[in-house]
Design a protein around this ligand. Structure first.
Ligand code: ZN
Length: 528
């Protein structure tokens, strides 16, 4: 496979000079070739995963899982190959000797190759096996314990998993001052945990009192949102909105799945989105499509020079989520956007909406509810769900709290922050699969995504002070263009914190999201 590939970096007419690879040394050219093969294999893995969740007949699941395991073993062997380690060391030496001969793309290629190789080689094989066994068992036990609402049955395996996750953290970075930091860094590379931690704390301190004021206010009328909205009509409307916000069907497609996701097949040329329909909810499908389209805009907007390379994807989970949240919430739930497009909704479902003014509709899609789980949460309470999980994860991995105390801690935080108490542990501490699978460190990136989204939107509005007026006229292309110029086209060249500083002039700062939420919910609920 490798032998036929020549190091021929893609060049496009509109590529900024920094984005192009120059590969002026043999060491860099060699590394480019080796990592290109891995990037292609990742894309093929993505395609197989997409197929499994959208098209594959259910009876093929077993054989597909085995095929995917075979492919994963090949990828792992390539990522951890001693030859790759040597190639990276040579490229690092070449960069150090002649920094002036490299572009930021060249340097990012070496940085990401190092990161990828270290991740693949730091965990001993025996540890990986133990982790796989514990989490497979953990998933099984969690599933049964949740059905039976029996946390005590889940606690021992969770203790074992937490111990293994701490071990994993030590392997990843034995010098880390906080054992949670290396886990977080896997999803938000280069973003110091302290900055994220401080941002989430400020966000919590602003959101809890705002939520209390919303709860005390007159509630939003939304009876007209009730009804049955046929599957095919919803899909038709979702396709229409994908077109409106500029999704390229020439380079993508929309399919059905159980849990919506976006999947890039290795380049901006093929970036797919998926959705699902609830016939009793008219906005759930539409908003999830806008969300996935935000992810897709990112991947479709990456510079062609980065295609089929390890820099050809979004730079972090949080930055990726910021793009989806921008289209789902900041634009997709704004009054300006709906002033232009509410007619589409009225024509699709006249019985519900023909007599409802756009202002009432926009208030209804922004109403704040009471929810026990983030997947059903509104824009305001969403972050509190995430923050609760983050605080518990960090204290659990750091050894400040014990597994046996989790149910009580969970309930207390839900009561204090969200004003709701889960009736049992199945709907509380055992609601999600993640911990049983050993997934720690990922959750905070959801709320960081909201913070970045608001911070980027503030920068975009500075460049386009007429944003709302243009949105109300039906324009959205100028927003995508701004995102492409400042965020999308760079792919993984800059890590999250550096990208944020380049785009907005400062590190992650939650004050933009806080101001956005205060402004929006003051208006929606007529707060004083
Ligand atoms: Zn997302």
């Amino acid at each position: 496979m490798a032998t036929a590939t020549k190091a021929k970096p893609a060049k496009a007419a509109n590529t900024a000079p920094e984005i192009a690879f120059t590969l002026k040394t043999a060491a860099l050219r060699n590394l480019f070739e080796m990592t290109r093969e891995i990037a292609d294999l990742w894309a093929i893995q993505g395609l197989l995963g997409w197929d499994q969740q959208t098209q594959m007949p259910p009876g093929a699941n077993e054989v597909r899982s085995e095929q995917m395991a075979t492919l994963e073993a090949i990828v792992h062997a390539k990522r951890s190959a001693p030859a790759l380690g040597k190639a990276i060391a040579k490229a690092e030496a070449a960069l150090e000797a002649h920094p002036e001969r490299a572009t930021v793309a060249d340097r990012a290629l070496v940085r990401e190759a190092r990161r990828m190789y270290d991740q693949a080689t730091k965990l001993p094989e025996q540890f990986v096996r133990d982790f796989t066994v514990a989490t497979a068992t953990g998933y099984d036990i969690w599933h049964k314990a949740r059905e039976a609402n029996d946390f005590a049955a889940f606690a021992p395996i969770l203790e074992r998993i937490v111990e293994l996750v701490r071990q994993r953290s030590r392997y990843l970075d034995p010098q880390a001052s906080d054992p949670y930091a290396p886990l977080f860094d896997e999803y938000e590379p280069g973003m110091p945990l302290e900055i994220a931690e401080k941002a989430l704390e400020q966000l919590r301190k602003a959101t809890v009192p705002l939520l209390r004021r919303v709860r005390a206010a007159k509630q939003v009328e939304a009876g007209f949102m009730e009804g049955t909205f046929p599957h095919d009509d919803q899909i038709k409307l979702s396709r229409r909105f994908l077109e409106i916000i500029g999704y390229s069907f020439e380079h993508g497609r929309l399919d059905l799945t159980a849990h919506p996701f976006e999947q890039s097949i290795g380049s901006p040329d093929d970036v797919r989105v998926t959705t699902r329909v609830h016939e009793d909810d008219v906005v759930s499908c539409l908003m999830s499509v806008m969300h996935e389209c935000g992810h897709a805009h990112y991947e479709q907007g990456i510079d062609p020079a980065l295609k089929r390379t390890i820099l050809g994807g979004g730079t972090s989970s949080g930055i990726h989520e910021s793009q989806s949240r921008t289209w789902e919430n900041i634009i997709g739930r704004s009054e300006a956007f709906w002033q232009a497009h509410y007619g589409e909704m009225q024509r699709a479902f006249p019985r519900n909406f023909s007599k409802v003014p756009v202002e009432d509709f926009v208030r209804a899609i922004n109403r704040v509810g009471e929810s026990l789980i983030r997947v059903e949460a509104d824009e305001l309470t969403y972050n509190l769900h995430i923050i609760i999980r983050f605080e518990i994860e960090r204290d659990l991995i750091g050894g400040k709290i014990q597994v046996r105390d989790l149910p009580e801690i969970w309930k207390a935080k839900y009561r204090d922050y969200l004003g709701v108490t889960p009736p049992n542990d199945a709907l509380g501490v055992m609601q999600d699969v993640h911990w049983s699978s050993g997934l720690f460190g990922y959750f905070p990136t959801y709320s960081l995504g909201n913070c970045y989204a608001a911070q980027f939107a503030a920068a975009m509005r500075k460049a386009h002070p007429d944003t709302d007026a243009r949105l109300a006229k039906g324009e959205t292309g100028f927003i995508r263009e701004w995102q492409r110029e400042h965020i999308h086209r760079w792919g993984t060249i800059f890590q999250a914190d550096e990208l944020c500083r380049r785009v907005t002039g400062e590190s992650l700062n939650p004050k933009y999201l806080i101001a956005y939420l205060e402004e929006k919910f003051t208006r929606v609920y007529g707060l004083k």
